[in-house]
Design a binder for this molecule. Structure first.
Ligand code: SIN
Length: 279
């Protein structure tokens, strides 16, 4: 791809690119946005270094260029900006968001297309985020395993993750039902047409229609396979950096190695569509 309004520097051969020449605190022209969109599809996660802090309304406006925004089923939104999910871990936190490999809210019937995170406050060291390409994980499977998985579906649940999770932020979830969905194990990306592995350790609980032990063995194999380091990039944040990842073909994991220090940022999440497999 030939970029004219931005500079795109891949950070690994399979996932991630740094985008230069963009100021996300300003509204973007169509030519520049189109190239950012292309880079996003080409590299699956894009990083914007040396940014100014984006006010919530600016981050919301940038997210809306990609589509309508998603409201998190469990986390409270920012006051006045329900689409903004505040990512915050500090000395009194019992959990930190995204500590284990996942694709955001894959338990939704229509899981998010992508997420845009700006980190404003960083610990003195640590707090990196790992991203892994599920295209690369799929491509590397043996032909026989690809055939076996084609057409299988998996159950994604969230009760075990979300129940009580945000009580320290004032959320009373008594009586609330958390989402569950069944999605293809191999998902065709709706924009690139590429197949990607779509199971993760956080939300995927079993493979539909398989005996319990076989489901557990296959899921364990797939999750371990998806976490191989050569499908990954590791992003070391600097203050006000922005990352945007494609939940349809990546997983990520935020490393909580900085307790008792604090890390804080804002995420907006773009709605996605129902996963499908086109064999
Ligand atoms: C998340 O959105 O899963 C958290 C990512 C991060 O904090 O780096």
């Amino acid at each position: 791809m030939d970029y004219r309004t931005i500079e795109v520097k891949p950070v690994t051969p399979v996932i991630g690119a740094e985008i230069r020449g963009v100021d996300l605190s300003q509204s973007l022209g169509d030519a520049q946005w189109n190239e950012i969109h292309s880079a996003f599809l080409e590299h699956s996660v894009i990083f914007f270094r040396d940014q100014k802090p984006m006010p919530p309304e600016r981050q919301v406006a940038f997210g809306k260029r990609f589509g309508p925004l998603h409201i998190h089923p469990a986390a409270p939104g920012m006051d006045g900006h329900p689409e903004v999910f505040v990512i915050h871990a500090h000395k009194d936190s019992k959990i930190a968001n995204g500590e284990f490999w996942h694709s955001d809210v894959s338990c939704d019937q229509e899981p998010p297309l992508g997420s845009i995170l700006q980190i404003h406050l960083l610990p003195p060291a640590g707090g990196d985020t790992l991203f892994a390409s599920m295209y690369a994980a799929y491509d590397d499977l043996s032909p026989r395993m690809k055939t076996y998985l084609a057409g299988l579906n998996a159950v994604h649940e969230s009760e075990h993750i979300y129940r009580g999770r945000y009580s320290d932020r004032g959320v009373d979830d008594a009586g609330k039902e958390y989402p569950t969905a069944i999605h293809p194990v191999i998902r065709t990306h709706p924009e690139t047409g590429r197949p990607a592995l779509f199971v993760n350790r956080t939300f995927t609980t079993r493979i539909d229609g398989l005996p319990e032990e076989e489901s557990r063995a296959i899921l364990d194999f797939l999750c371990t396979h998806a976490e191989r380091p050569w499908y990954q990039t590791r992003f070391q944040w600097r203050q006000n950096d922005v990352a945007m990842w494609d939940n349809r073909c990546t997983q990520h994991m935020a490393i909580w190695d900085y307790w008792p220090h604090e890390r804080k940022g804002n995420r907006v999440t773009v709605k996605g569509d129902r996963p499908f497999y086109r064999g």
